[in-house]
Every structure is written in C-alpha cells, then in structure tokens.
Design a protein around this ligand. Structure first.
Ligand code: FE
Length: 335
C-alpha cells in the first residue's frame, strides 16, 4: 500500500514536471536576426525560454498537418494576408488581453482577437535624389503615367508586399482601373522585376532606374550597413498616397495557435511584444513603426517625417488578395 502510494506520488511528479518547464515555441516567418534581440530580452526579464523555428513557406499547411500535436504556441509573421490566411485555416485561437487592447490600436489587430499587429511599415517610393525632383511623384496611381517610361524598378509582382499594394489599389479603384494601373506600371519598368526591395535601391544607385517601390524599413537596414549605405544615400523617401486616400501600410504580427501547449506563457510573450521595451527594440533594430502609441521611432525613421496612413481597413485589403494576384498574373506583370 505504502509503495503504491509513493509510486502514485512519483507519477504525479513526473506528469507535473514538463508543465513547469518555462518554455514556449514560436514558428517565425521573420528573420532570425530581428527576433533574437526580442527573445533575449524577454527571457532575461521572465526566465521563460523561447524556442524559435523559422518557417519560410507553408505556415498554415504545416500547422494544419500538425494539428493538435503541433509544438507551436505562436506564429510571428509579416503581411496581413499571411495573418488572415492562418486564421482562415482555423489553426489559431482568440486571445482576450486588456494589455494588448491598450497597447495596440484597434485598426492594427483583429476584431475577433485572432491576430495582433506588432509593427507597421509603409510601402513607399524610393526616388533618385539626382534624377527625380521633389514633388515629382505624389501618388501610387501616377506611377502608371507614361512620363515614367523606362524609369521604374520593382521586385516581383507576385511578392506578398506587391500583392497587398495591388489589393489596396483594387479596394480603392475596382478591377478595371487596377488592371490598367498594373499594365501602365509594367509598361514603365526599366527592367523585368527581380530581387528584393534592397536590390531596387541598388538599381537606382547604379542608374538603371529613377524610382522604385519598396518598404520603409529596408532603407533603415541599408543605412545601418556600411556596405549598403552609399546606395541608400542616393535615394529620397517619398510617401505616396492613393488619389483618394493615404499611404499604404502593412503590419507584422502575432497569433496564438489553436494547439498552443504553453498557452499562458505564450500570451505573456505576446503581451510583452506589445510593451514599450519590445516596441523600442523593433523600432531600433529593424527601423519599423512601433504600433504602441507614444513609443519613439528610431532617429532615422523619424527623420523621414510624418505621413497619413491609408484609412482602408487592412482586413478589407487582405480579402482582395486573391483577386489582386489574379490581375497580376493576367497582365503577366513579371514577364
Ligand atoms: Fe521584408
């Protein structure tokens, strides 16, 4: 009897141990260099270890395949479309958090609490300081004007960032006008789309084109890299607007998985990512815009000045993603 009891006690202990391990698991679509400073700061503050697995593609498919056995607690990713994709796949769960509700503006988180924006970035125009006059480009629509013929560089039309921008054009102007815009933009390209946003900056520096479309933070990353800085210094940051709106924004964000084996600590990490400390790391290390009101932008990002974000809800833009991609393929944008 005594032996039986102590065995039972031992069994209880061994069951309790893994639950006491302070660890969470994150599937991240974001770059290791960016996530590490955040992970280190959180672990130093809380003692909770964060294991990060980088998942390049097929996040929703992987979580679906793993089902309830998934070790992942959280997904960290960029682009509203990727966030809504994992929500639509049914592999996330809502989080009710007064902390995140206070830290993150309502427009930058899901109304159903399935995803939360952690940073924002604008998709803007990089313009040659030498060959493009101040005020020469002010709208996205203008980039389809023949006056830019042979002067524009851009990465692949099917890249997430360009699909989101096209979806926003679609939200503003409808199908016919968006198709015409894509055709006009394509006709103005100096060369076939290739590379990433940073490569377009380098192409401007090399004199291959005069303007390019890219995300704000890449200029920050290039300015902080001695080798890439000279190229970045040849371009001016322009915040274009839609003719009937503001500048196109997107987010990076986080979602709690449905399977989350370490839910409580995972929510702690989510909340911490929206805190002043984490938001400052995002601002300084990746030149992104903090979502939490009052957190300082980096000096460089602040030097670019103010802009008016487009008021079209990101969730509306995300819904138009498939239609946008179809148009991009229809005009054979990369061809
Ligand atoms: Fe990026």
């Amino acid at each position: 009897m005594t032996l039986r009891l102590s065995l039972a006690a031992l069994a209880l202990t061994s069951v309790a141990l893994p639950a006491m391990a302070q660890e969470i698991n994150v599937y991240s679509h974001r770059q290791p260099e960016l996530i590490q400073p955040l992970v280190d700061a959180f672990t130093a503050e809380t003692g909770i270890k964060v294991n990060v697995a980088f998942v390049d593609n097929g996040m929703a498919e992987r979580l679906t395949a793993e089902g309830t056995r998934s070790p992942a607690d959280l997904v960290l990713t960029v682009d509203i479309a990727r966030l809504t994709q994992i929500v639509d796949a049914g592999v996330t769960q809502p989080v009710t958090s007064a902390v995140m509700e206070a830290n993150i503006p309502a427009a930058l988180r899901d109304a159903g609490n399935q995803w939360f924006g952690l940073t924002s970035r604008a998709r803007i125009v990089y313009a040659s300081k030498d060959r493009v006059a101040d005020g020469e480009v002010t709208t996205y629509e203008d980039l389809a004007d023949p006056k830019w013929k042979g002067r524009i560089c851009i990465r692949s039309g099917t890249n997430d960032y360009n699909v989101a921008l096209t979806a926003a054009v679609l939200a503003h102007h409808g199908k016919e006008a968006t198709k015409a815009w894509l055709e006009g933009l394509k006709a103005n390209l100096a060369k076939k789309p290739n590379g990433g946003d940073r490569d377009q900056v380098k192409a401007i520096a090399a004199g291959e084109c005069d303007v390019a479309i890219g995300n704000t933070y890449y200029i920050g990353q290039m300015m902080n890299d001695p080798e890439q800085r000279p190229a970045a210094e040849t371009v001016r940051i322009v915040f274009p607007t839609f003719t009937d709106g503001g500048t196109h924004l997107n987010v990076s964000g986080v979602a709690l998985t449905k399977a989350a084996p370490n839910k409580d600590n995972a929510v702690k990490f989510m909340e911490w990512l929206s805190s002043d400390a984490a938001q400052a790391i995002y601002a300084e290390t990746n030149s992104e815009y903090p979502v939490k009101p009052g957190v300082k932008r980096s000096d460089l990002v602040a030097s670019w000045g103010e802009f008016t974000p487009d008021s079209m809800p990101l969730t509306e833009v995300a819904k138009l993603r498939p239609a946008a991609l179809k148009l991009i393929e229809e005009v054979n944008f990369d061809g």
